[in-house]
Ligand binder design. Structure first.
Ligand code: FAD
Ligand code: NAP
Length: 339
């Protein structure tokens, strides 16, 4: 199945809720139907700019999209392989991520529960290697099925060939705008493996009665609901900035000036600094510039107070970035995809 929508309105297709149009959206249910559609030489899809949009929870439109947006809609979920200790699930790229997590929990499978309530689709999860509460998508992704837009070949990449790292993957690198993720395979555990050491999770899980799959999911949902803005009420795309990874020596120097600065371990020789803390110290938490603002409960999140354009939000982001760099000598980078 392929469905084309021309002059598509994007306001309801991006969580910032900014107004924009796309020349065309092509909804497709599987790799085969998309490949046939593209192989027929559809002029718009092949000659104009082409990108993929899932739920639009990590995209900021700063102008109309003068091209074709491909949108997966398949929400299949099946147990593809299974043994005594684990099961492999194949899920369609269009499936709502949180429904996927809910289904895993209903099957008694461990590994996705800390990633409850992250808005978006299964197909987008590998792109920035979504992460929360001490878990990352890469921990459970076994392989990723893609359609290569250059060759129209369908291939499968094993997790280790996806170059996953902190909020990053090959899909933000050499395969950006080239690979359409059509299905993702996840390996989950039948053996309980609670991972509740992050922040207030253990305490919340304890209040709910112990570390069951359902309680961990509920604890994550409750904590998130208290702290994060709901995009249907206040436009946002989650963390606008990535936490910077800096050399240990840089962090030690900063710690002399700011002993309270939180520093967390990261891969290799670097350490992770909280971008939210840097922004808050710079005095931006809760501040607004016109219709765009820095969220009052979490300074990493930029919000649309109503009627902000993508430009308004990027201008605010630039001001915040410059001020953090001036004060701390650290240039924070955006996590959100700016189009
Ligand atoms: P989109 O925003 O549509 O797309 C994001 C990027 O992925 C784009 O570059 C797009 O081209 C690409 N893409 C999407 N689908 C495909 C596909 N099938 N094939 C190839 N490329 C594709 N993120 C976290 O990591 N952790 C969090 O805890 C978290 N919390 C959030 C909380 C809120 C309130 C919000 C609004 C966002 C949050 N995010 C978080 C960010 C967001 O939820 C994730 O990035 C999510 O994966 C986006 O999914 P999406 O389907 O909306 O992707
Ligand atoms: P938080 O718990 O207040 O922590 C602030 C920052 O410090 C986080 O960004 C987190 O990094 C880091 N941190 C805290 N405890 C840590 C630990 N034990 N080990 C390593 N790093 C630690 O953050 P929050 O805003 O409430 O978010 C909670 C979780 O949800 C975080 O994992 C966050 O990434 C995730 N989240 C992500 C988005 C998004 O859009 N990407 C939006 C909302 C929430 P990490 O971010 O690396 O974990």
């Amino acid at each position: 199945m392929v469905r084309e929508i021309t002059n598509a309105v994007l306001a309801a297709r991006n969580s910032f809720g900014v107004e924009a149009f796309a020349r065309r959206i092509v909804e497709f249910d599987d790799a085969g139907s998309l490949r046939s559609y593209l192989a027929e030489g559809n002029p718009l899809a092949q000659q104009s700019k082409t990108a993929v949009i899932g739920g639009g929870n990590n995209i900021l439109f700063t102008k109309d999209f003068d091209g074709t947006l491909l949108h997966p809609v398949s929400d299949s979920f099946s147990v593809a392989e299974e043994d005594d200790v684990s099961a492999t699930i194949r899920a369609g790229a269009g499936m709502d991520w949180d429904r996927f997590v809910e289904n895993c929990i209903a099957c008694g499978l461990w590994g996705a529960e800390n990633l409850s309530a992250i808005p978006g689709t299964v197909g987008a999860a590998p792109v920035q290697n979504i992460g929360a509460y001490g878990a990352e998508a890469k921990d459970i992704i076994d392989r990723v099925e893609i359609l290569d837009l250059y060759t129209l070949k369908e291939t499968t990449l094993s997790g280790k060939h996806c170059d996953f790292s902190y909020r990053n993957s090959i899909f933000k690198g050499v395969l950006r705008d080239r690979a359409v993720i059509t299905s993702v395979w996840f390996r989950l555990s039948k053996i309980p493996q609670p991972n509740i050491s992050y922040g207030a999770l253990a305490a919340k899980v304890g209040e709910l009665g112990g570390a069951s799959l359902e309680n961990i999911r509920q604890a994550v949902i409750d904590i998130r609901r208290d702290k994060l803005p709901d995009p249907s009420v206040l436009g946002n795309a989650g963390s606008f900035f990535k936490n910077p990874l800096v050399a240990k020596e840089t962090a030690e120097e900063l710690k002399k000036r700011y002993p309270d600065m939180p520093v967390y371990p990261a891969d290799g020789d670097s350490v992770k600094i909280s971008a939210g803390w840097l922004i808050e110290q710079a005095g931006w938490k809760g501040k607004s510039r016109g219709k765009a603002g820095v969220y009052h409960r979490q300074a990493l999140i930029l919000v649309n107070h109503g009627g902000a354009t993508g430009r308004d939000i990027t201008e605010l982001a630039q001001e915040v970035t410059s001020e953090v760099e001036r004060l701390f000598g650290i240039r924070i980078e955006t996590e959100v995809n700016i189009w």
